[in-house]
Ligand binder design. Structure first.
Ligand SMILES: Cc1cc2nc3c(=O)[nH]c(=O)nc-3n(C[C@H](O)[C@H](O)[C@H](O)COP(=O)(O)OP(=O)(O)OC[C@H]3O[C@@H](n4cnc5c(N)ncnc54)[C@H](O)[C@@H]3O)c2cc1C
Length: 463
């Protein structure tokens, strides 16, 4: 079946007969043809909603027999068509819920569709939190782990995939598998960070960390990014430094003549660093600012730690209320070798159009054991994220042009893109460059776990 061939009558009849699977066409299928990025449009013949693993296995079996492409999707918050079908069927995984906590082992077991907010509500009742959580707590655990999962504890704990103890998945070969770092390693390496191209995550066991009741945050202003990055690297391994979040922050200075002679807005860029410790009753007896080189302490606050985890809710509410959520989101996230990043970012960030906003994240990422195909540069590592709240249509070409140049510069110093972002329609050469020496293993894993090549999306379908 080609990408655009409609389902055969037999395939359609068999699909509708699978117990525990609801199938929708028309407007509901149209909904999975786009994602949060808003830059690609796909095509779905249907959206299928499995209620349990057996229904998912039957769907995979049918897809293999009838050569129908399947695209896993939970919330569709990715930005380059990762969860958008290019023909075939969108597989809505939102029914995979349920949470149980084992406080003695500090482990949470949850369905892949559970949100980080639901998970934190359950773990915090035991004084525990997921080791790494994204800034947006609405994201699904499964969708996040299919990209990697970065948050403000990543400077010590790496990506969220590194805290996966085990998971249950249905592979593209139709096999139901329990995998983990020591168990079915080939499935662990491929499915986590695998953008739904190797199998469906159904249930996950995540390692938890102790959660102090109170989070104390110092908000620091830096004269320049290089000094801020040096300070981030100075304190990132300190046990008291639970959250660490750096920004590039702009003070607008009117307009000046740009490189092409046209007048453009410009800014003086500063660094902003939020350094947080957690505690129950008494704060640790350390001075978190000792030896740092900030210009000013802008603010210090104590927050309830669960409330602190949801500190960006306001930003997402603002995006929805102003219509920015409906605009396009060419987000660019990249991990970089820290020394090269310290030299490049102070030069690169001022070249970005100011309508991409300020508040670009600049944060260290720990090099901890992880699945083999979650690619990071050689440590020490700094992560950069350019996350405009929304780009209005007339500015789209300028934004994409600037981000393309940023992408090239970042990859030029050995950066590795975070795969949930806007990836500029990668071809085989781009995937080869991304996976480097692991490219052939990555291709072999696809052949092993999805031998019929049924797991596809707009991002991965040949153009
Ligand atoms: C406002 C906003 C804030 C964000 N903040 C962060 C952040 O702080 N940290 C961070 O790391 N990321 C962040 N992201 C990016 C986010 O992690 C990814 O976009 C993530 O993939 C979204 O989860 P989702 O449920 O929407 O997945 P979808 O977009 O539905 O899917 C993403 C990918 O995972 C696959 N997939 C989905 N569900 C499954 C499953 N059950 N099994 C197998 N494959 C599956 C899809 O095929 C697709 O390739 C943010 C995104 C948005 C829009």
């Amino acid at each position: 079946m080609t990408e655009d061939t409609p389902l055969s009558e037999t395939a359609s009849r068999r699909l509708h007969a699978i117990p525990g699977l609801t199938v929708a066409h028309g407007p509901e299928a149209r909904e999975v043809e786009r994602d949060f990025g808003g830059l690609v449009v796909g095509r779905a013949h249907a959206v299928a909603r499995p209620e349990h693993v057996d229904a998912l296995c039957a769907l995979v079996e049918l897809a293999r027999a009838e050569s129908v492409a399947l695209t896993p999707r939970t919330l569709g918050y990715s930005q380059s068509g990762q969860a958008v079908p290019q023909g075939g069927i969108g597989v809505d995984m939102r029914a995979f819920g349920g949470i149980t906590i084992d406080p003695a082992r500090a482990i949470a077991r949850c369905g892949a569709a559970v949100s980080w907010r639901q998970l934190l509500a359950a773990t915090s009742a035991h004084g525990l939190a997921p080791a790494v959580m994204p800034f947006n707590l609405e994201l699904s655990v499964g969708g996040t782990l299919s990209a990697g999962g970065i948050g403000s504890t990543s400077h010590q704990r790496g990506f969220a995939v590194s805290s996966v103890e085990s998971f249950t998945a249905v592979t593209g070969a139709g096999e139901q598998v329990v995998a983990g770092p020591q168990d079915r390693r080939e499935v662990y390496d491929a499915v986590l960070g695998g953008l739904g191209q190797f199998g469906f995550l159904c249930e996950v066991e995540l390692r938890l960390r102790p959660l102090g009741r109170t989070t104390r945050t110092h908000c620091l202003l830096y004269d320049d990014l290089a000094t801020m990055i040096a300070d981030e690297r100075r304190i990132m391994a300190e046990p008291w430094c639970v959250h660490l979040e750096g920004f590039a922050s702009a003070a607008l200075q009117g307009v000046r003549r740009g490189p092409q002679g046209r007048r453009v807005p410009f800014a003086r860029w500063f660094g902003g660093l939020h350094v947080s410790m957690e505690f129950d009753d008494d704060a640790p007896s350390v001075d978190p600012l000792h030896g740092l080189h900030h210009r000013e302490v802008l603010h210090v606050e104590d927050s309830d730690s669960v409330e602190y985890a949801s500190r960006y809710d306001l930003r997402f509410e603002f995006m929805r209320a102003t219509g920015a959520w409906q605009q396009v989101h060419p987000w660019l996230e990249c991990t970089l070798p820290a020394d090269a990043a310290t030299a490049l970012l102070p030069e690169l960030i001022p070249t970005l159009p100011v309508f991409l906003g300020d508040g670009h994240r600049v944060m260290p990422v720990a090099d901890v054991p992880r699945p083999a195909f979650v690619m990071l540069p050689v440590a020490p590592i700094v992560g950069l994220a350019i996350l405009p709240v929304g780009v209005p249509a007339p500015f789209q070409p300028i934004a994409l042009d600037a981000l393309r140049r940023a992408h090239d510069a970042l990859l030029g110093i050995g950066g590795k893109r975070y795969l949930s972002g806007w990836l500029f329609e990668p071809d085989d050469a781009a995937w080869r460059a991304h996976y480097g020496a692991r490219y052939d293993d990555w291709r072999r894993a696809k052949a092993l776990l999805d031998p019929s090549g049924i797991l596809r999306s707009v991002l991965t379908s040949p153009r």
